[in-house]
Design a binder for this molecule. Structure first.
Ligand SMILES: *[C@@H]1O[C@H](CO)[C@@H](O)[C@H](O)[C@H]1NC(C)=O
Ligand SMILES: *[C@@H]1O[C@H](CO)[C@@H](O)[C@H](O)[C@H]1NC(C)=O
Length: 310
């Protein structure tokens, strides 16, 4: 007969073998939802680890960093957090040896339900990691707000930047804030050196969001190069891509165009002054030569007259 200590160790070892040592891919569907009050919603959470027999559901309200537990499913037993009992329902069966598939069901009551909903899979041992799905972003539409795709514009880098150039992309006038931004340089997706605002800014009934792409200045100074900002907007049924592009510029030696113009004008002026100077100098030399010639002519005639007088 095994004593309880040995049994506990055996159990922990099984736990580790079961899942503590491997990661679990948790899949959530759908990834985004736009709903109105009164709509019924069902979110699915699935994973292939048959030994993970516990599933937790969380919500993260819009703009919040903290997650709140809604409830969980343990084999077939549902345990709801008290404050969510009236609104949410969890269904599923995590027993058996098949892949796990469970759901969170609820009816939309108000805008406060706009949140990102997460499910997490956990093996039934203490201190083991929970594996989260990618989340479902739900927006409950506000009254008199129309679903509107963004307007996208890319702005060229500042002339004051030298070594690196920052291109700015602004998506504006959209509702709700279901957007993602991607950049392409000559058709190749850029992932490094891209910084996109974490949250969209609310302006009245619409949102705006900006994203920045940083490139080496030599990358920017190529007029044949195309820089594209693509904003993918989810409108409730489809994902619509809206994009804008700009092309690189010719290198003006790192100087703003008007400075370059001024320098060119100055150069022209200096050149004209030099030409005028050499012209005046030439005239002066000619004058000297002429003067000297005249002088020697006079002198020889004087000599001649002197000779004649002798
Ligand atoms: C999970 O179950 C639902 C219905 O109960 C089904 O529509 C869905 O396709 C299932 N998902 C997977 C990945 O099996
Ligand atoms: C979403 O986009 C699709 C495709 O462009 C369009 O047919 C549909 O009407 C749009 N839905 C809304 C709510 O705007």
């Amino acid at each position: 007969m095994m004593n309880s200590k040995v049994r506990m160790m055996y159990f922990l070892l099984l736990c580790c073998l079961a899942g503590g040592c491997l990661s679990v891919e948790v899949h959530q569907t759908p990834s985004a939802l736009i709903q109105s009050p009164g709509d019924k919603v069902q979110l699915f959470c699935t994973h292939g680890r048959t030994d993970y027999r516990m599933m937790l559901w969380y919500l993260q309200p819009h703009g919040d960093t903290a997650m709140t537990l809604i409830g969980y499913l343990n084999f077939k037993v549902v345990k709801m957090e008290e404050s969510y009992e009236q609104v949410f329902n969890i269904t599923g069966d995590l027993g058996g040896t098949s892949a796990k598939n469970a759901s969170l069901i609820f009816q939309i009551q108000g805008f406060e339900q706009s949140a990102v909903y997460y499910c997490a899979a956990i093996v039934r041992c203490v201190n083991y990691e929970a594996y989260f799905g990618q989340g479902t972003k739900l927006t409950v539409l506000e009254p008199d707000h129309d679903v509107t795709p963004p307007t996208v514009q890319v702005f060229k880098p500042s002339e004051k930047e030298c070594k690196v150039k920052t291109l700015v992309c602004v998506a504006s006038g959209f509702y709700p804030d279901h957007v993602s931004v991607s950049w392409e340089v000559d058709g190749v997706t850029e992932t490094d050196s891209v910084a996109t605002d974490n949250t969209a800014l609310r302006e009245g009934k619409h949102y705006s969001l900006s994203s920045r792409l940083t490139v080496q200045s030599k990358t920017w100074f190529k007029p044949s190069r195309t820089f594209t900002c693509r904003v993918s907007f989810f409108n409730g049924t489809d994902t619509i891509d809206v994009e804008d592009s700009i092309t690189g510029e010719t290198d003006s030696g790192g100087m703003p165009n008007d400075t370059k113009m001024k320098i060119m004008q100055n150069a022209k002026l200096t050149y004209s002054v030099l030409i005028a100077k050499s012209f005046i100098y030439g005239v002066f030399i000619m004058f000297l030569v002429w003067k000297l010639k005249g002088l020697s002519g006079k002198q020889s005639s004087r000599e001649r007259s002197c000779g004649l007088n002798n």
